[in-house]
Design a protein around this ligand. Structure first.
Ligand SMILES: CCCCCCCC/C=C\CCCCCCCC(=O)N[C@@H](Cc1ccccc1)C(=O)O
Ligand SMILES: [Zn+2]
Ligand SMILES: [Zn+2]
Length: 507
């Protein structure tokens, strides 16, 4: 047989088989998007973002409840914020159904007594504290002004996390004002030091509930959000519900050298050696693990909603995972889903222009992928630094969280999904991995159904607002936040049993 037909036989036929498999899988890939159950809400079942409600959010933002490090915050500001909350919701705070405990001196634990003791309580979490404001210029409004401008409320804490504190309380106040008596007991847990790991706040709340033998049906805390323009190939909004949460590892790098007079430097300095180590870490990221963990579910839940090319790739991850891994590393948000991230967040050295620094110290903040171990991350750091003069010390670590159930097997997840769809009817919903960390680490013993979701919309240009400049929430998003919790409190107020969901086509 001549070469051409042989080539055709050995290459052409297998290639055609591959094409057929790819096409068949693309057209038959299942849709995970389900149609929400009919919502029989009436016009009265709506919380408008009235002036007084917006002023309450703006007022909350004015309290500089800054956390600096574990055990070092702003107690006076926290006490003022707590008093402000007490004054802002009179029905809630005078209801015979509601008890409020101050835990760890500055955290709040509300309990709303349900009428049906056969139902396990639910727990909604958020946090009272915020991160400091850096010297970075660019704020369009004073960071603690709560200024309302161009349809936004500006300020530190407006999306992390005072919108959830105030949104949940507004929803509860609204329900109680209308005489609603929940069947399911509900806890509202507001830690005061989430931004410094929650050791004196949420941890104390978790321990208190454990000591009381409390088991909850679900926990919902801050988390991922409704996203727009963040998922490659998807034009619609995508609400990402964190069913998993990355771990974290904070590493201290230090170099000690002989100091001395600036006029007689040695060939290498502590600053130069440490700078090289940091540069090596940034040039050699932790391994790309995309597709090996729960982040894969996010993509597969959206495959049928993607543009053709993306749909071909995501319906055939058996073949295109290497392509997907490259695509997902092109932006900070998607890269954070794909690997353990490495962020050098502190670098300190030197005390004077003419003095050789005897020590240089840097801090590296890793967020650990669910399929990675703390030791593997450390081993990679040491290997990449490859310099025995650089001391590597673990400051703090947390293993990745257990993965919570999602989809038809998880009624609590479905109740969250339903509430999202009632507020964002045009949004897709998918499980995902919380790329930051939350107080939920302190609630692992209360339930296996832990979710991280904040009902505001984030686009590519908004990600930098977390802990950054011009943190703000749109009035529309705050209104949707309040109404998300309004509906959620109703959607969980029934036995949460597994319901078979027929996979629908489009939303
Ligand atoms: C396919 C597209 C994927 C795009 C993903 C991007 C989605 C963006 C939406 C939300 C991002 C949320 C991140 C912010 C986390 C907020 C909570 C927080 O700040 N937690 C602290 C807790 C902490 C951790 C360690 C030590 C002290 C405090 C944090 O994570 O730093
Ligand atoms: Zn937060
Ligand atoms: Zn934060």
């Amino acid at each position: 047989m001549s070469t051409a037909p042989k080539l055709l036989q050995w290459v052409g036929v297998p290639f055609m088989c591959l094409v057929v498999i790819v096409v068949v899988r693309t057209v038959t890939f299942p849709s995970y998007q389900t149609r929400p159950p009919p919502c029989n809400a009436t016009d009265q079942d709506f919380i408008p973002a009235t002036r007084d409600r917006l002023d309450r959010l703006a007022g909350a933002v004015t309290f500089r409840t800054i956390s600096y490090e574990p055990g070092r915050g702003t107690p006076e500001e926290l006490l003022k914020f707590i008093a402000f909350i007490g004054d802002s919701f009179p029905v809630l705070h005078s209801s015979p159904l509601v008890t409020r405990e101050v835990v760890g001196n500055f955290s709040l634990l509300y309990r709303v007594e349900g009428s049906d003791s056969s139902l396990n309580p639910g727990l909604l979490a958020a946090h009272l504290d915020v991160v400091p404001v850096t010297e970075e210029p660019g704020w369009e409004a004073e960071p603690f002004s709560g200024q309302q401008k161009d349809g936004f409320v500006y300020g530190r804490g407006t999306i992390d996390d005072k919108h959830n504190v105030m949104g949940q309380l507004e929803a509860l106040e609204f329900h109680l004002k209308r005489g609603h008596r929940p069947r399911r007991t509900l806890y509202l847990a507001y830690g005061h030091d989430e931004e410094v790991s929650g050791y004196y706040g949420a941890q104390k709340i978790g321990e208190l509930l454990e000591d009381r033998g409390v088991k909850v049906e679900f926990v919902l805390d801050e988390g991922l959000t409704v996203t727009k323009g963040l998922v490659p190939g998807v034009a619609k909004k995508v609400a990402m519900v964190g069913v998993a949460e990355k771990g974290y590892l904070t590493v201290k790098l230090s170099v000690r050298m002989k100091g001395g007079h600036g006029s007689m430097p040695e060939k290498e300095s502590a600053i130069g050696i440490l700078s090289q180590a940091v540069a090596n870490l940034e040039r050699n990221p932790q391994p790309n693990l995309w597709g090996s963990g729960p982040e894969r579910d996010l993509t597969e839940h959206l495959a049928t909603e993607m543009s053709v090319l993306h749909r071909v790739v995501t319906s055939n991850l058996w073949l295109f995972t290497p392509v997907m891994r490259w695509v997902m590393t092109q932006k900070a948000g998607t890269n954070a889903l794909s690997r353990t991230t490495t962020a050098v967040t502190r670098f300190n050295a030197g005390i004077k222009d003419n003095v050789i620094a005897p020590e240089a110290v840097a801090t590296v903040n890793h967020r650990v992928h669910p399929k990675h171990t703390i030791q593997e991350v450390l081993d990679h750091d040491v290997k990449v630094i490859n310099d025995p003069r650089v001391k590597v010390e673990v400051v703090e670590s947390l293993v990745p969280a257990p993965v919570s159930p999602s989809g038809p097997e998880s009624p609590a997840y479905l109740a969250i999904q339903e509430s999202i769809q009632q507020i964002y009817p045009d949004s897709l919903v998918a499980p995902s991995v919380m790329i930051g960390n939350t107080d939920t680490r302190h609630y692992w013993n209360l339930t296996s159904a832990i979710y991280r979701f904040s009902p505001n919309v984030m686009g590519p240009e908004d990600l930098a607002r977390f802990h950054g400049v011009n943190e703000r929430i749109s009035i529309g998003d705050y209104e949707r936040t309040m109404n998300f919790y309004f509906h959620l409190m109703l959607n969980v107020d029934r036995p949460l049993v597994v319901r078979r969901h027929e996979h629908d086509g489009d939303l």
